[in-house]
Design a protein around this ligand. Structure first.
Ligand code: AMP
Length: 355
């Protein structure tokens, strides 16, 4: 059995590392070969829009999946003419455009931020009074990790926006959240859904920095209900992630991703079956694995610089995942995970990663 993956970053790498023990081989397609996937399978060097490259991939695999929601919908439609491809392009079409995403939340009665489309500075200035002159301006497409976002809190922030080209943006209210949480779930070809324990997420400058799982969280059932509505509506196959802001006992949906997710990386050691293995199982029609946590789990992202391996792995129960990328400011180079770490071990890990 061979799986084709559109993408060659760390998510593709971890999908392959999870699928290999099941006897599955991988073929990656991306514009450039990368160190992340170099030794993990065959490689087709191609633009995501190049039909000859896509056909070359489709011809040598049993199913195609992807690691990134910015793959053009037309490319997935093309692949589907030759081989099965999951998740369906309907999911990617919705999740690559924040306005369509928020509109789907509204349609499925899932609470979300107050949002409106912005296509010019005049439209922004006209909308701001309704938002009490505070909000977050986000690009509708291709924004991630806080990129393409401007937080508006003051008249000075607004003054800076007047010179901006505001075409293709979404304005939403600034949510005074108590926690940022996400839920990662998997849906099989049969329609069966399984949910991982909630993730409690901490961001720095818009980038995920720390996640811990929250077994038995009081708001888990609500998050599952909202996620289930989306998965059923999209007839989804594979792993999907949904991020929320929590205010009291309300969950306000922020965004979702049609793929394995950074906030689910703790599942590699922290759940009976990782999100990566379950995605593989789902897209090739194998029975889903148990999503239960094996204990209190946590994950730190490693950004910009790799910490000292010796110091890091001297911390009891810590696991290192190095994506083999060359260092660059703000780049995700790897992550550490651990199950059942003491508070002292977690604070040592934080120190090593930030050092
Ligand atoms: P996003 O790319 O939408 O996930 O945003 C990145 C981060 O910016 C989020 O994880 C939040 O920490 C913050 N953020 C985004 N939108 C809002 C909002 N409407 N209200 C408050 N914080 C936000």
């Amino acid at each position: 059995m061979k799986i084709g993956i559109l993408g060659a970053g760390q998510l593709s790498r971890m999908l392959a590392l999870a699928g290999m023990p099941l006897g599955i081989e991988f073929v990656f397609l991306a514009p450039e070969q990368t160190a992340c996937v170099k030794h993990l399978g065959a490689f087709v060097q191609s633009a995501y829009t190049d039909e000859s490259g896509l056909k070359q991939l489709a011809d040598q695999v049993d199913v195609v999946t992807y690691e990134n929601e910015n793959i053009p919908v037309a490319s997935l439609e093309y692949i589907k003419q030759h081989v099965a491809c999951y998740p369906d392009e309907k999911a990617i079409a919705v999740m690559q455009d924040r306005w369509l995403e928020k509109s789907l939340f509204t349609k499925l009665s899932i609470p979300t931020t107050n949002y409106c489309c912005i296509d010019s500075v005049d439209a922004l200035m006209a909308a701001l009074p309704k938002y009490d002159f505070k909000g977050v301006l986000k690009t509708r497409c291709e924004g991630y990790d806080g990129k393409g976002q401007v937080v508006i809190r003051s008249q000075e922030d607004i003054a800076q926006l007047t010179s901006m080209n505001c075409q293709g943006y979404l304005l939403e209210n600034l949510v005074p959240f108590e926690r940022e949480i996400s839920i990662v779930a998997v849906r099989a070809l049969s329609g069966e859904c399984r949910f991982y324990d909630l993730n409690i997420n901490v961001h720095r400058s818009g980038v995920l920095y720390y996640t811990s799982n929250a077994p038995d969280d009081a708001i888990f059932a609500k998050a599952c209900d909202y996620m289930q509505r989306i998965l059923a509506h999209l007839n989804y196959v594979g792993v999907c992630a949904l991020e929320f802001f929590q205010v009291g006992d309300e969950l306000i949906a922020n965004e979702m991703a049609p793929r394995v997710h950074n906030t689910g990386h703790w599942t590699i050691e922290g759940a009976v079956t990782s999100q990566f293995e379950n995605h593989i199982r789902a897209v090739i029609g194998l029975p889903l694995g148990d999503t239960a946590s094996v204990g209190p789990a946590m994950m730190f992202n490693i950004l910009s610089v790799m910490p000292d391996r010796q110091q890091l792995l001297a911390i009891e129960k810590l696991h290192l995942h190095d994506y083999q990328k060359s260092p660059r400011p703000s780049r995700k180079l790897g992550h550490v995970t651990g199950v059942g770490l003491s508070d002292l071990a977690i604070s040592k890990a934080r120190k090593e990663i930030l050092a």
